[in-house]
Design a protein around this ligand. Sequence first.
Ligand SMILES: [Zn+2]
Length: 133
Amino acid sequence: MSEQIIKIGNHELVHITEVRELRRQLAEANEYARKLSIKVTDQGVEIQRLKSELEIAAKISDVCKRQEVELQHSRDEMVKLQRKRDAGDLLFEELDDKTPEPNCSCFIFPPCSDCANHASSRYALDEWKEANK
Ligand SMILES: [Zn+2]
C-alpha cells in the first residue's frame, strides 16, 4: 500500500489511501444521490400518473352520480306511472261493470238511448284497452 501523503488545508496530512477511500465514499455518495434523484423523478412521474388516474376517476364518479340522479328520476317517474295505471285499472273495472253490452237501435231513431247513454263510456273503455295492450 502506498504511503504517499498529501496536504489538506494548511495543517493535515492524510495518507493517499485515505484520500482514495474518501474519493470512493464520495463516488458512492454521488451514486447514491444519483439513484435517489432517479427515484425522486420516478416517484414524481408516478405521482403525475396517479393524479391523472384520480382525475379520470373523479370524472367517472361525476358521470355515475349524474346517472344515479337520472336513474332515480326515472324510477320516480315509473312509480308515478304505475300508480296512474293502477288507478286507471280501477276506473276501468268500475266503468266496465257499469256499462252494459251494446244494444244499439240507432237504425230506428238515431241516436238511440243506448248510444246516447253509453257510447262515450264504451269509447273510453276501448281507448284504455288499446293503450294498455
Ligand atoms: Zn245506437
